[in-house]
Write a protein that binds this ligand. Structure first.
Ligand code: SAM
Length: 245
């Protein structure tokens, strides 16, 4: 399957920050700083720096791999944006020079890869960036096929006085894929924000980590460390490269 790592940003970069301005990054940044323990961080799919820039502000060295030149331009335009060393490319393949204490793949972005093979390659690439004992953190939703009727779902993501964000989704269970377009209504007009996902349950991600030579250290429901339970709809999973091979 042909895959273009720059596609998401082409549609979304211009409105990314205002669309997700309601998501406070504080708990994620706090958790990531603790997991990095002062060491260098590499974020895959760093976007416009929602997490990377607060980490830089905390004194951490942060690098990023990003597929979209438009998202990179958004990051560079912000205060501190120049401090993030950037590589433009697909994070399943691209190698950022250096050894990192922490590799981050947040906000469901593992599912942006088109198939299982690309996701396994991404886990291997994350492991290749880690120093011994380093950690790979993945934040993702838990697939919920029960939310779909006749293969489709319509979900309000955010309803506010100034904007409404809806997600329209089609499920393709045979390939574990979900086609979505978020629709943002505001006084400025209507914007369509398409994103396709190859989804995976947490256990499949654990197996990808094992294939890449890493072991799961933690799984929480969110960045604050709430326990992951039967009812959890999201997870933050931490994988660790062994100290010794
Ligand atoms: C949902 S955004 C998350 C951005 C940022 N991590 C955050 O938490 O706000 C996903 C980002 O990953 C980038 N991306 C998606 N697939 C990619 C790939 N295969 N390689 C590199 N970047 C990719 C997109 O361009 C986008 O900037």
């Amino acid at each position: 399957m042909s895959f273009d790592a720059s596609e998401y940003g082409r549609y979304v970069a211009e409105v990314y920050d205002e669309t997700y301005a309601h998501l406070a990054p504080d708990a994620a940044v706090e958790r990531l700083a603790a997991l990095a323990d002062g060491g260098p961080v590499c974020e895959f799919g760093v976007g416009t720096g929602r997490l990377a820039l607060p980490l830089v502000a905390r004194g951490l060295t942060v690098a990023g791999i990003e597929g979209s030149p438009e998202m990179v331009a958004g990051l560079r335009a912000k205060p501190g944006g120049d401090a993030v060393e950037m590589a433009v490319g697909d994070f399943a393949q691209t190698r950022m020079p250096g050894e990192f204490a922490l590799v981050v793949l947040a906000f469901n972005t593992i599912f942006a890869l088109p198939d299982q093979a690309a996701q396994v390659a991404c886990f291997r690439n994350a492991a290749a960036h880690l120093r011994p004992g380093g950690r790979f953190v993945v934040e993702a939703w838990v697939p919920d096929p029960g939310a779909f009727r006749a293969g489709g779902a319509l979900r309000p993501v955010r309803v506010a006085e100034d904007a409404v964000l809806l997600e329209v989704a089609l499920l393709h269970p045979a390939e574990q894929r979900m086609t979505t377009t978020k629709v943002r209504f505001s006084n400025a007009g209507v914007r369509l924000l398409p994103a396709n996902h190859r989804y995976a349950w947490p256990a499949e991600l654990d197996l990808m980590a094992e294939l890449a030579g890493m072991r799961r250290e933690h799984r929480w429901e969110d960045w604050t460390g709430r326990p992951f339970t039967d009812d959890s709809r999201d997870h933050v999973s931490v994988y660790r490269r062994p100290e010794r091979p």
